[in-house]
Design a binder for this molecule. Structure first.
Ligand SMILES: [Ca+2]
Ligand SMILES: [Ca+2]
Ligand SMILES: [Ca+2]
Length: 226
């Protein structure tokens, strides 16, 4: 990651960049109003191996939707995928999702990006303002894993505004580790890794991308080129 130089320092943190992001924040805030059963940051860490293996099992699902087998899911394949999972998104919504998750800006989504996309879809489906709310995706294993990821975010976002701030991250870590200096330092490092656009706030999408990198989802069959 290269250190970008001239960055605007506008307080844009709470202004969602797109309609889709606004919806994700809204869905997260709704979900946060229900609370979380997680009690500590450590309990999140302890769940990592289980989440990791569950996501890896999803590789077969990815391959099933990668119809031409070129290793990425393109816009057409995504539409088929959403249709097969009975997720009734409009073409515009599907395209917004695709653009939000195809971060490498290639010809399609690789495995980790696809996982992020499915998890965002899962969250959006929880929101009662969504016309097709609470419909299931038909991927029970994955859905319980996504639920854990959502819960982890809810736990971190203490004031339930849909974003994890630097302060909330430090707070979450200090709660369980008696607040030594090194744990604070690790919290900050984790936060910097998550805050992709460096606006001082981590949204759910950034959180998910960071998570897939931590567990190394794409490392099995390709080298990370960064
Ligand atoms: Ca493909
Ligand atoms: Ca917050
Ligand atoms: Ca951010």
């Amino acid at each position: 990651m290269g250190g970008a130089v001239a960055k605007e320092n506008l307080p844009k943190a709470l202004v969602p960049e797109s309609k889709l992001e606004a919806k994700i924040v809204e869905a997260m805030q709704y979900r946060e109003s229900e609370g979380t059963s997680l009690r500590s940051f450590n309990s999140i860490i302890l769940k990592f191996p289980k989440i990791d293996s569950s996501l890896r099992k999803c590789k077969a699902t990815f391959e099933q939707f990668d119809e031409d087998g070129n290793g990425v899911i393109d816009r057409e394949e995504l539409k088929h995928c959403l249709r097969d999972l009975k997720i009734s998104f409009t073409d515009e919504e599907a395209n917004d999702l695709f653009e939000a998750c195809d971060i490498a800006d290639d010809t399609g989504m690789k495995f980790s990006e696809f996982i992020v996309l499915l998890c965002l879809v899962y969250l959006l489906k929880q929101c009662p303002t969504d016309l097709h709310a609470k419909s299931r995706m038909g991927l029970p294993d994955l859905e319980s894993t996504f639920e854990t990821l959502v819960e982890a975010f809810v736990f971190l976002d203490k004031d339930h505004d849909g974003y994890v701030s630097r302060k909330e991250m430090v707070e979450a870590i200090n709660e369980t580790t008696s607040g030594g200096r090194s744990s604070g330092h690790i919290a900050m490092k984790r936060f910097e890794e998550m805050d992709w656009d460096r606006n001082g706030m981590v949204n759910f999408k950034e959180f998910l991308f960071a998570f897939t990198r931590w567990v190394g989802l794409d490392n099995d069959d390709e080298e990370d080129e960064e």
